[in-house]
Design a protein around this ligand. Structure first.
Ligand code: NDP
Length: 395
């Protein structure tokens, strides 16, 4: 039993708060802190046990330290934005408490994410005797655990991984993103990148695509993108010859995105408007639907999984491990769409494993560094059941 401090009261923060609150034997006290207090209070009002709420600017390490000293949590679950990762990690180091997030650090003024900034904390977390768990969402997160589980149970060597993220749902809006619009659009407008034949290969944004028949959804067009778990999996899955990440997009979504890019609305530099400095992408975020508001009308399913090939007992082997999640079912349970649900549940599970000492250590960890079995078991219990198929679905 222990106290957990959740930072970020968006779509994902809502799911994490509700799921943690449903396990009082692990999370006996919860504080939800975020930039806008009312959002914390709205979430707290939906939860059938009391949780604390607090306004905080998590860019400011001193403010986070003050809150830690006041609330005295064992762990911080950071589900604010990637921009806050380092300031919150600094506060954890200063106070000697554990840290978990779902997305790696990004500098606000450059659309570039990589683990270097957070891996650089390795020695300091080790010396302080505290643990940081990076990327405990779905992708990254569950996808890393699927790969670690496959390595442990299905292969002697893994040679190729395709991580495939399909949202087959429909929210009824002309254009909306399923998680924070600013972070999402920065990610998908980047150049594509994959690991092949021992090196990184770049591609033009969303220029490589193919169809795949997703169980529970059907055939969809998926596009090659760079995604953060590729960086840690290339380092941690030995002998890997190729790893790629794919995400499905509909024609309507891609057309809107192209127009927004062409007219400059996805720019992240500052422009003058009416005497004020504004960043077009931040302005765009303010006029797009809040991802947390999409749940009510969302229909359909997501399917996110890993198609993995390699060798077992000298023979070629293949496994496809995936989860199918239903938007409407998520809304019924926690008033959330499936993207926030599939991120928030793994964050709660990672936190639960850390709080109960099942996952422990000193230093900075990616998900595949830890024993996948207890995490896989809890996915089935807490709402994200998975399937492992060995019948060559990739053929
Ligand atoms: P939202 O934008 O809905 O929520 C982010 C929350 O963080 C908001 O409540 C926001 O406050 C708060 N926040 C922002 N800046 C600060 C700050 N300086 N101090 C305190 N609070 C702050 O995003 P999502 O819930 O959609 O996403 C949350 C995180 O989850 C993101 O990092 C995202 O990248 C990650 N993610 C990971 C996935 C995975 O599978 N691994 C998938 C999807 C998302 P305010 O309400 O005032 O804006």
């Amino acid at each position: 039993m222990g106290k957990v401090l959740i930072i970020g009261a968006g779509g994902v923060g809502n799911v994490v708060a509700q799921k943690c609150a449903s396990r009082p034997e692990v999370f006996d006290e919860i504080c939800l802190a975020s930039r806008t207090l009312e959002k914390c209070e709205m979430i707290a009002a939906e939860i059938d046990r009391p949780i604390k709420t607090q306004q905080i600017n998590a860019d400011n390490t001193a403010e986070v330290v003050t809150l830690i000293k006041k609330f005295k949590p064992e762990l911080i679950i950071n589900v604010a934005l990637p921009y806050q990762d380092l300031s919150i990690m600094d506060a954890c180091l200063a106070t000697g408490i554990n840290y978990l997030d779902t997305a790696n650090y990004e500098p606000p003024d450059e659309a570039k994410f990589c683990y270097k900034w957070q891996w650089d904390y390795q020695d300091r977390f080790k010396e302080k005797g505290v643990m940081a768990l990076l990327g405990s969402g779905f992708d990254p997160g569950v996808t890393n655990v699927f790969c670690a589980y496959a390595m442990k149970h299905y292969f002697d060597e893994i040679h190729a991984i395709d991580i495939m993220d399909c949202n087959g749902g429909s929210h009824g809006e002309a254009f909306a993103t399923n998680f924070n619009p600013e972070i999402n659009i920065r990610e998908i407008t980047q150049r594509g990148k994959f690991w092949g034949k021992g090196k990184w290969i770049e591609t033009d944004p969303l220029s490589v695509h193919k169809t795949f028949d997703f169980p529970g959804i059907g055939s969809r067009e998926m596009y090659l993108m760079y995604h953060e778990e590729l960086e840690s999996l290339v380092k941690n899955i030995k002998g890997l010859k190729r790893i790629r990440f794919w995400m499905t997009f509909g024609e309507e979504y891609l057309t809107h995105l192209r127009v927004l890019q062409n007219v400059g609305m996805t720019r992240i530099d500052t422009v003058k408007y009416d005497g004020h400095d504004i960043v077009p992408l931040k302005f765009l975020k303010t006029v797009l639907p809040e991802p947390s508001s999409l749940g009510e009308n969302y229909k359909g399913k997501t399917n996110i999984g890993c198609l993995i090939r390699g060798v077992k007992d000298g023979e070629p082997a293949e496994v496809y491990i995936y989860n199918v999640c239903d938007h409407a079912e998520c809304y019924k349970e926690v008033k959330s769409q499936a993207i926030a649900y599939t991120t928030g549940v793994p964050a709660m599970i990672g936190a639960m494993l850390m709080m109960t000492g099942v996952w422990s250590g000193k230093g900075v960890f990616n998900m595949e560094d830890l024993d996948p079995d207890p995490f896989m078991e809890k996915l089935n219990i807490y709402g994200l059941p998975w399937v492992a198929r060995q019948d060559n679905p990739g053929e």
